[in-house]
Design a protein around this ligand. Sequence first.
Ligand code: TDO
Length: 181
Amino acid sequence: MRVTPTEIPDLLVIEPQVFGDERGYFYESYNEKAWREKTGIIEHFVQDNHSRSAKNILRGLHYQIQQPQGKLVRVVVGEVFDVAVDLRKSSPTFGQWVGTNLSAENKRQLWIPVGFAHGFLVLSEYAEFLYKTTNYYAPQHERTLLWNDPDLAIAWPIQSEPILSAKDKVGTRLQDAEVYI
Ligand SMILES: Cc1cn([C@H]2C[C@H](O)[C@@H](COP(=O)(O)OP(=O)(O)O[C@H]3O[C@@H](C)C(=O)[C@@H](O)[C@H]3O)O2)c(=O)[nH]c1=O
């Protein structure tokens, strides 16, 4: 398991050790002991989520202002461009974003701690997106940051206008968003 900090150091790319053989492959997608040893992070995940989306669907950018969630995200079918935005007012990288391609092929995971908005754009025909969260879903506390806020200037690799939920169409711009201390 290899852990690589991104341009925003608290955001980590995690690459599992994959054991291939003539049958296919095996890897531990999560091992609490190894994760803690390699990342130094002591988190407890309470919920596993799984969503499936078609090409050009963009989900996000979501966060819970109360009961915030750390997220360990990965893709098991297809490929997505995954984005996390730093919403920690006290952070030197406040308002900055990191994007990375997660795919069934590269088996990469992204650790997104509390304090970030998260979203992804589906690049393949379909993508199945799995993630562990460190807190339970609390819709009353969920907020949506506008995916194409010009102040964020996220370089989504879009070919055409993405397909968004009604909620995501009316996200809040960073300048007006509730953020973390
Ligand atoms: C997120 C979530 C949704 N739901 C339900 C609510 C709703 O009926 C249906 C779809 O919810 P949404 O439209 O919010 O699903 P979605 O747009 O996939 O929301 C997710 O987007 C990604 C980018 C994230 O970062 C996640 O934290 C989450 O916000 O699933 C749950 O029951 N539990 C959950 O944890």
